[in-house]
Design a protein around this ligand. Structure first.
Ligand code: CUA
Length: 345
């Protein structure tokens, strides 16, 4: 039997292995692209802010460059595999110490890396534009968000409004562990560090409701540390600030009035503030305009009377290890509290 014939089945199986590897590679690339394109919030490929836009552009540039590299390598590989599939190994010419080739295949990757580096630095510089001074401070807590508008004299929790087209400038800090402020579609994230004030700013470009989340592991409820970031017109923003700065509304319904009296007699004021009432606790979220918020429990549940009742009955069932205690009350009183809180628009 000739040598070439003996090698036939071996090279056949090698070729099959190469084809299989190429197919697997193509499949993996498809999965990655499909995952990136999948809908649902929050999607960094649908940015709503200036920094998010810059990051999306950079991602596409990098993707395009890497796609060219990948396709070039695959095409060359396929050409070599097909063209030389029948040639015995002894005929392959061996090159040692070819200086030109060595320089070329060192320079090409170096050039690619340099282009990626320059693009990244440019984007970083564009995102870090001059700082006009913070509008408000975001404070991270285990596991909720405080938004402190000290100039306007109010605090709110887990939901914040900003004006479209205007630079949003935020100081961030933490009272306990390290958290990280992130509204994926606005772009950029920044660590919230106890005892140290960090800063982030960007221009929201599109009106809408965006999900904000903590992007630094901060304990068991890290995954349920979310907030709603609402981008509205400058007029709507001014109206929101004006409303938030008002003290709490007086309850009107009979149930709500009873709840308003009850809440002053139980422990809630130790942790929560309701401006315009004796409740002045600062450990938990400010509840002054609780009823106006879209979510409860750090935006993990829609703000409905049913969800609020479930939360009051057993906060630990919804967010295990959160600092909200279970306060045993008869159902009727729980319902009165719900009626009162939901009226705090
Ligand atoms: Cu806060 Cu993770």
């Amino acid at each position: 039997m000739s040598r070439a014939a003996a090698q036939g089945p071996r090279s056949e199986s090698r070729r099959r292995r190469v084809v299989r590897a190429l197919l697997l590679g193509a499949l993996l690339a498809l999965v990655v692209v499909a995952a990136g394109c999948a809908g649902g919030q929050p999607d960094i490929f649908r940015p709503g802010g200036s920094a998010g836009q810059e990051i999306k552009t950079l991602s596409y540039q990098i993707f395009a460059i890497l796609a060219v590299v990948l396709i070039t390598v695959w095409v060359l590989l396929a050409v070599v595999v097909i063209k030389y599939r029948r040639r015995p190994e002894s005929e392959v010419s061996q090159t040692h110490g070819n200086l030109t080739i060595e320089i070329v295949w060192t320079l090409i990757p170096a050039l690619i890396i340099t282009v990626l580096f320059v693009l990244t630095v440019q984007t970083t510089k564009q995102i870090a534009m001059p700082d006009p001074g913070a509008q408000f401070t975001t404070v991270g807590h285990q596991w909720w968000w405080e938004f402190d508008f000290s100039e306007q004299g109010f605090k709110t929790a887990n939901e914040v409004y900003v004006a479209v087209g205007r630079t949003t400038s935020i100081d961030v800090e933490s009272v306990d562990v390290i958290h990280s402020f992130w509204v994926p579609q606005m772009g950029g994230k920044v660590d919230m560090i106890p005892g140290h004030v960090n800063h982030i700013h960007f221009v929201p470009l599109k009106k809408g409701k965006y999900l904000g989340e903590c992007s630094e592991f901060c304990g068991v409820q890290h995954g349920k540390m979310r907030f709603l970031f609402v981008v509205v017109s400058p007029e709507e923003y001014s109206a929101w600030v004006h409303d938030q700065a008002q003290p709490a509304a007086q309850p009107t319904g009979a149930e709500a009035i009873a709840g308003g009296e009850l809440i002053q007699t139980i422990a809630c004021g130790g942790c929560h503030t309701i401006r315009g009432t004796p409740m002045k606790g600062t450990f938990g979220p400010d509840l002054t305009h609780f009823g106006s918020r879209n979510g409860i429990a750090a935006y993990t549940l829609p703000n409905t009377p049913q969800n609020l009742l479930a939360w009051l009955q057993d906060p630990q069932a919804i967010k295990p290890e959160c600092t909200m205690p279970q306060i045993p009350l008869p159902l009727r009183e729980q319902q009165q509290l719900v009626a009162y809180l939901e009226e705090l628009k």
